[in-house]
Design a protein around this ligand. Structure first.
Ligand code: ADP
Length: 412
């Protein structure tokens, strides 16, 4: 008789926000265009299969605390499930029939099948339909990196379910195929994603640069300008930039040096250096977006007001560079600072952000007349998230699927 057991495993996974941004290699269609129009570029990008979701350059991010932003995912499998594999995300069915999800599930199943082949006493979970339930405690597809936390949680939960022995660095090869930045969310602290050189992408994976404990003072203030769903998907935007921007070719040349400097700044806990590199890389990335045909603009006036406040603060502070802004593929600002300068940075925003959801006042208030940038921020920011550097995924016993295999509420 078939084993009727419901096998379950749950995890939480974090968001990460890059301080050195990555872009995705071109699609097949773009590669064909390159082959016909620009042989040199084709030779450069064309050697690696676009289906592997390989980056054009190495990147580096800070993993953010799951106290504030997290995905909670339960993976389960059972012979009693009718199939096909299913994912319930925030209460709505989400297709797993996408090339990215198919690639991830296939890789995880084949690792489990290897274990089963080597140990015939193991239940053959690799052949059973999967039922997955996931919840993000923050807006999905709105520029807050839900894809990173979401795919990292999916991979981690299934790897736990299958009891895979691979370290997170190896699982990052699988997560990368779901969403590039997800590979960095499998680890905590300060995490690099190395571009790698192998044609099969086997060395393009995540690596810890420094643990959270090495530099626990790092804070992130997220100014949520918009929690609307994005109009252009990040992947399509990135690929268009890589395919058409002249500036991007220069960017790819400078990033390796910048990566080394950033790793060094993190190892030495040199915030001023970290801040300059973070802002320079964000500005360089967005300049390439504007140089795309047709141009892409992710930031808006509110984002620019945030930049202005940070630039002014850095210029006038007696401590030097005390804060660093960075923007992903959307208008939301992420401002990094350390607890050493908390009163300067949070004090600068106090009064401007008072009353916004998520803002915890340092009690200083605004001690001057608000300027134009302050007013723009006050009117344009819908919500604030105050968080810090955090750990990688955490295995938990709080399941979103009950013992009967039905979706259930979290017990916490
Ligand atoms: P974001 O800026 O939030 O990363 P994207 O549009 O890049 O937005 O990615 C959103 C997509 O990521 C969703 O449509 C979904 O496919 C995937 N995703 C988000 N959260 C989860 C999750 N918890 N589990 C699985 N996939 C998820």
């Amino acid at each position: 008789m078939a084993d009727p057991k419901i096998y379950r495993a749950s995890t939480t996974a974090p968001v990460n926000i890059a301080v050195i941004k990555y872009s995705r290699s071109p699609s097949f269609a773009q590669l064909i265009h390159y082959r016909d129009t620009d042989c040199q570029t084709y030779r450069y990008w064309g050697k690696r299969d676009p289906r592997l979701n390989l980056p054009t350059n190495s990147s580096l991010s800070v993993t953010l605390s799951q106290r504030d932003l997290r995905t909670h995912t339960t993976a389960s499998c059972s012979s009693t499930y009718a199939g096909p594999d299913s994912l319930l995300l925030n209460g709505a069915d989400q297709s797993l029939e996408t090339p990215r999800s198919i690639a991830c599930l296939k890789s995880l199943r084949s690792l489990r099948a290897e274990l089963e082949a080597n140990n015939t006493s193991l239940p053959t979970l690799s052949t059973l339909p999967l039922r997955i339930v996931s919840k993000n405690n923050f807006p999905t597809a709105a520029g807050l990196a839900s894809s990173a936390a979401g795919f990292a949680a999916l991979i981690r939960a299934i790897a736990n379910l299958y009891e895979l022995p691979q370290p997170p660095e190896d699982l990052s090869l699988i997560a990368r195929q779901g969403s590039g930045s997800a590979c960095r969310s499998l680890l905590g602290g300060y995490v690099a994603w190395d571009v790698g050189h192998a044609d099969d992408g086997s060395d393009s994976k995540a690596r810890i640069v420094a643990s959270k404990e090495h530099w626990p003072e790092m804070r992130a203030l997220i100014l949520v300008v918009s929690a609307e769903k994005k109009a252009v998907s990040s992947t399509a935007g990135m690929q268009a930039t890589v395919a058409t921007s002249e500036l991007f070719k220069a960017r790819v040349q400078v990033v390796p040096g910048r990566m080394k400097e950033m790793e060094d700044a993190i190892k030495r806990k040199d915030f001023a250096k970290f801040a300059r590199l973070t802002m320079k890389d964000s500005n360089n990335f967005h300049a390439c977006c504007l140089d795309t045909e047709p141009p892409i603009r992710y930031t808006n006036d509110v984002s620019w007001a945030a930049m202005q406040v940070v630039e002014d603060m850095n210029k006038t502070s007696s401590e030097g560079d005390v804060a660093a802004y960075t923007f992903d593929a959307g208008p939301n600002a992420v401002i990094y600072y350390t607890t050493d300068n908390r009163s300067v940075v949070e004090g600068r925003f106090d009064g401007v952000l008072t009353g916004k959801e998520g803002w915890v006042s340092s009690g200083n208030g605004l001690k001057r007349e608000p300027n134009h940038a302050d007013e723009t921020l006050r009117n344009g920011i819908s919500r604030v998230i105050m968080t810090s550097v955090g750990d990688g995924p955490v295995n938990i016993q709080d399941h979103l699927i009950n013992e009967k295999g039905e979706a259930s509420e979290s017990t916490t």
